[in-house]
Ligand binder design. Structure first.
Ligand SMILES: [Zn+2]
Length: 241
């Protein structure tokens, strides 16, 4: 069972970047919960652990030590950007990252930019706590700018949040080589149309409709006792003749 650690940046008293009616901590939490839901629902053999699943404050140190103690296989820290950009997406690994961190970053970056579109600010390395102190391959994603109006507008759209979630899910699944769960193989049962006679009954239905026993409507519907009485009465009348 693979253990994926998803770290929603900021939280509680620390809103992260704020702008245009968007708080970074809220986006980070939404995306994190979405990644857990989708990854566990759609892929086999994977468990997603979260730094936080509610709006609470955590020190950076708590986040990495929890992930290290849990023995997570990878860590992805979710953030939004602000402060002097034109908008877009960028990802970070540690400045002297492992080969696996670079592989994870490449997989995530490709999948997220593919899903989200917009400006690609590049695959970057920086001395950040979350990617430095994590013992496992670790990447931090900066998902659009809350202080760029066009990006903030996008972050308010459910379809864009979904695209960010999808990109992360695809990148993680691709890096870990996760297998998709088989679709539930429900047999496809064809609902019958009660207004069309079954093939085997076509001739008889047409004949008895012609003879006036039935009015020709709803051949596939169940019959009531009173409808049956009408049919029997018509039959008896015909026999008497
Ligand atoms: Zn942040």
């Amino acid at each position: 069972m693979f253990k994926v650690w998803i770290d929603a940046g900021h939280g509680g008293k620390d809103p992260g970047a704020v702008g245009n009616g968007v708080q970074e901590k809220d986006i980070a939490l939404k995306v994190s919960l979405g990644i857990k839901d989708r990854l566990e629902a759609e892929y086999e053999n994977v468990q997603v652990l979260l730094s936080r699943s509610t709006d609470v404050f955590l020190e950076l140190k708590e986040r990495t030590s929890k992930a290290n103690t849990a023995g997570a296989d990878i860590l992805v820290s979710i953030h939004c950007n602000a402060g002097g950009g034109k908008g877009g997406f960028e990802s970070f690994r540690y400045t002297s990252a492992s080969q696996n961190s670079i592989k994870l970053q490449n997989a995530l970056h490709k999948a997220i930019t593919g899903e989200v579109g917009g400006i690609d600010r590049g695959i970057k390395a920086q001395n950040l706590h979350m990617v430095r102190e994590s013992k496992m391959p670790a990447v931090l994603t900066e998902n659009l700018f809350v202080d760029v109006a066009a990006d903030a507008d996008r972050l308010k759209q459910a379809s864009v949040i979904n695209a960010i979630i999808d990109g992360h899910v695809q990148g993680i699944a691709s890096y870990l080589g996760l297998k998709r769960k088989a679709g539930e193989d429900k047999p496809v049962t064809q609902e019958r149309d009660i207004n069309v006679p079954s093939k085997w009954a076509e001739v008889v239905w047409a004949d008895l409709t012609d003879k006036g026993y039935f009015d020709g409507s709803r051949p596939g519907a169940p019959i009531t006792r009173e409808e049956m009485a009408v049919v029997v009465s018509r039959l008896l009348n015909n026999i008497k003749k």
